[in-house]
Design a protein around this ligand. Structure first.
Ligand code: ATP
Ligand code: MG
Length: 355
């Protein structure tokens, strides 16, 4: 079997992005003012994990290079203001800013470069649900009031998040500058997942074939988790597995053998991003019998973290789709948590992937 393994890598941008025409044209339309040297419309791209938000945005960034200066920043990796602005600096100047450069100098250097070159800056802040709300507000606000610091500075921002209610955590002073167009990325349905995975298999496996029976099983599993990324990973592992055996086709048996391995990887991104407190809350939910959020808080966390902090954590876990929460009437409205996975799956993922 001849396999182009890079086609299954996490950062591979498919040439053809299927089922996202609405989102692509809306984002492109919002960027259009930049062609006329005017500020693009700010955006929030919102949707559950693995719905193509990063892929679509990167694809558009690549194709808009002629008329704007795009900077892609992942907020899961760059988690403070200095780091985020350093990334912008690096993109504009071509080198990492000298350590010890004050924030003010860093900021001024960014503004100056853009104005000097008469360019328009377009920043993609990916995975902003990983930033504490206060920091997110500060970053957005600082960037968007750049023109007050230096006349002629033009910027557009697209934030990407799994939190559909992102706008609600933005302060009014941020919102008044930002007022984003919200673009929703829905979960792919079964047929869409099938089509995307089939194409991926065709492009990635050159000498050989992924049989329909294998694809069907992969899609079934991906759909169970509502996660295309899980499907692509499982596809990759299955191909590896068949290749190892010297076969030139992948069948359902090859998939079957790697499903457990695939499941583990699925949790990696989510779990590796959690802080110590967040891991503790996650484990409490998956290992105790308590269901109501109030009970969980008072039994395990009352002496450790504030109630507000506890709710922030629940919300983050919910955004990462590690848990669901819902409200039930039981002597008043009470919020309870719903597990989305088996307890062992979570505990072993924490053992393997938490930092
Ligand atoms: N429409 C599509 N066509 C082809 N491949 C896609 C499409 N949408 C997503 N993918 C693939 O699915 C995987 C997940 O997509 P992506 O990383 O863009 O999701 P995301 O919405 O950014 O998820 P997260 O919120 O977890 O970061 C990637 O491997 C990507 O190549
Ligand atoms: Mg993404």
């Amino acid at each position: 079997m001849i396999v182009r393994y890079e086609v299954f890598d996490e950062d591979y941008i498919p040439e053809e992005i299927l089922f996202r025409d609405t989102q692509i044209s809306r984002i492109s339309f919002n960027l259009k003012p930049a062609m006329h040297k005017s500020r693009p419309v700010n955006m929030l791209c919102l949707g559950p994990p693995a719905t193509g938000k990063t892929t679509v945005t990167k694809h558009i960034l690549n194709s808009a290079e002629d008329y704007l200066t795009g900077v892609y920043i992942n907020c899961q990796i760059n988690q403070n203001k200095q780091q985020i602005f350093s990334r912008i600096f690096q993109r504009l100047y071509g080198y990492i800013p000298p350590s010890g450069l004050s924030f003010q100098k860093l900021y001024s250097a960014i503004l100056k470069k853009i104005v000097e070159r008469d360019e328009i800056l377009f920043i993609v802040l990916d995975d902003i649900n990983f930033l504490p709300p206060k920091l997110l507000n500060e970053v957005l606000h600082t960037l968007l009031k750049g023109h007050e610091e230096l006349q002629g500075f033009k910027i557009g921002i697209a934030g990407i998040s799994t939190d559909m209610r992102t706008s609600a955590i933005l302060e009014s002073k941020t919102l008044s500058l930002f007022h984003p167009d919200e673009i929703v990325f829905p979960v792919y349905d079964l047929d869409e997942m099938m089509e995307i995975l089939r194409r991926r298999a065709e492009i990635g496996v050159v000498g050989g074939k992924v049989l329909n029976s294998a694809l069907e099983l992969i899609v079934e599993k991906a759909f169970e988790y509502l996660d295309l990324r899980f499907g692509i990973n499982l596809l990759k592992l299955s191909i590896l597995n068949a290749d190892r055996k010297g076969k030139d086709f992948v069948d359902a048996g090859d998939v079957e053998e790697v499903i457990d391995e695939g499941r583990g990887i699925f949790f990696k991104k989510m779990v590796s991003a959690l802080s110590k407190d967040e891991i503790e809350v996650l484990l409490a939910i998956y290992t105790s019998e308590k269901k109501f959020t109030g009970e969980i808080y008072s039994s395990f966390f009352k002496s450790k973290i504030s109630y507000t902090k506890f709710y922030e954590i629940l919300r983050k876990l919910e955004n990462l789709r590690l848990i669901d929460t819902a409200v039930r009437y039981d002597k008043g409205l009470r919020r309870y948590v719903v597990r989305r996975f088996k307890s062992e799956e979570i505990t072993s993922a924490v053992e393997k992937y938490s930092l």
